[in-house]
Design a protein around this ligand. Structure first.
Ligand code: ZN
Length: 434
């Protein structure tokens, strides 16, 4: 199947980070990857492929070569997107309506969540006769909506409206008496009273779609960062095996600062690296030397120039959709790219015939941050920040270039198939093995 069609199915089936990780896990199992459990001792052997999850919302997959490996080549991305989370007692009623009590998860453009079909998805904890078990929930139908106030009561609506998450963003999901827990229970075939815990989110129901005169754009929820997450696992599975350990790491909670048990600012990556190296090599110096010789792509989407507001973008560093993979730069190191990591990645893209664009913010605009620099505080290696150019980042419905997804996947495959040999500090050889 065409990779774009495959991605569109993936994103529609991934309303939350839990679902995204479950779907990536299924892709890996189908490709012969073996699941490891963090709570058990690991035996990792040459020539085999593995993955491990944490909190069901982060996943690290890796492939061990037949011949002894000296380092890792990894891609890091994130599984979460800005949305609203249901509070622990979510049921409210007002004026005869059944409402949900929600709070913000991450920094979304709130107005884009108004007047569109929404639903509820995530994870619940069910009490069973064997103990507590989690179940994924996706109420896969138009269930909820956050109505705008009519313009007649808000004459200044087109001059900018301040939205208060406590007041303006509570969705309606029926008439008084409706019960969200009962609906979730029904969807997974359990009794409502068996649900004893939950991590449920309000999610956008829009299906991904192509648009434009030549269908050159894709509009969809969660393009940031499921485009990079999907490409990273697809490229790991579909790249030729190499002489180093290839990895795809997808972390949750980037949108709320990464500082969680399963985020990029956790021990998940460093624990995994340590366990792989100790299983393959008894030498106590093997881990730091393997990490020092490793290389990371920190993959998170970038801002395509907005045609109505080009003044918001730096003259000389504007990037476009369908023009290839973006390398992101920031002198304050919100992005990890430097001259060395840029040169290595751009060489890999050259091997693959993938066009590259360079992005930097205006010097008077702060811009965003991502996960590469955070992951580097736990496992430090040369890293480059990359992404795909998209419009309307953190809108409920973002847009990107329909041709770019294949560029990113090809660049990531070429990255795994290249041998990046860090000979000494300041000396790197990059060979294409194909
Ligand atoms: Zn992102």
């Amino acid at each position: 199947m065409n990779i774009l069609r495959e991605f569109m199915q993936f994103i529609q089936a991934s309303p939350t980070a839990f679902h995204a990780v479950a779907n990536l896990r299924n892709m890996l199992i189908r490709a012969g990857y073996h699941e490891l459990n963090e709570g058990e001792s690991w035996s990792v052997t040459a020539g085999r492929r593995y993955f491990v999850t944490r909190n069901q919302s982060s996943i690290i997959a890796f492939r061990v070569p037949e011949r002894g490996a000296s380092h890792f080549q990894m891609v890091a991305s994130h599984s979460d997107s800005p949305c609203f989370k249901l509070k622990p007692s979510p049921k409210r009623e007002a004026q005869g309506y059944a409402m949900l009590n929600v709070e913000k998860y991450g920094g979304m453009l709130m107005s884009t969540w108004l007047d569109r079909p929404l639903s509820v998805a995530g994870r619940v904890v069910v009490e069973t006769e064997h103990g507590l078990e989690t179940r994924l929930v996706n109420i896969d139908r138009d269930l909820a909506l956050i109505p705008n106030l009519p313009i007649h009561f808000n004459r200044d609506a087109n001059d900018g409206v301040k939205l208060n998450a406590q007041v303006d963003m509570l969705p309606v999901y029926g008439t008084a008496g409706a019960d969200i827990i009962a609906l979730a229970a029904q969807q997974i075939g359990v009794r409502a009273e068996w649900i004893v815990g939950m991590d449920l989110y309000l999610v956008n129901r829009d299906a991904p779609r192509l648009w434009g005169a030549s269908n050159e754009f894709i509009a969809s929820p969660r393009l940031d960062d499921l485009e990079c997450a999907f490409c990273s696992v697809h490229a790991l599975i579909n790249s030729a095996s190499s002489d180093h350990i290839d990895m795809a790491c997808v972390f949750d909670n980037e949108e709320v600062g990464s500082g969680t048990r399963q985020g990029a600012d956790s021990t998940f990556l460093s624990d995994t690296l340590e366990r792989i190296v100790s299983a393959l090599c008894p030498d106590r110096q093997a881990l730091p030397s393997a990490i020092a010789r490793s290389f990371m792509l920190s993959a998170d989407n970038a801002h395509a120039v907005h045609p109505n507001h080009p003044e918001k973008y730096d003259d000389g560093h504007r990037v476009a959709m369908n023009a290839g993979v973006v390398v992101k730069f920031n002198a304050s190191q919100k992005y990890t790219s430097d001259g060395v990591s840029q040169a290595v990645f751009e060489r890999v893209c050259k091997f693959a015939g993938v066009p590259v664009q360079r992005f930097a913010n205006r010097s008077d605009i702060l811009g965003g941050s991502t996960l590469g620099n955070i992951a580097n505080t736990h496992a430090s290696m040369p890293t480059v920040d990359i992404g795909l150019a998209q419009l309307a980042m953190h809108s409920a419905n973002e847009s990107a270039g329909a041709r770019d997804l294949a560029y990113m996947e090809r660049a990531m495959r070429a990255f795994h198939e290249a041998e990046i040999d860090i000979v000494s500090d300041g000396k790197i050889h990059v060979h294409s093995e194909k």
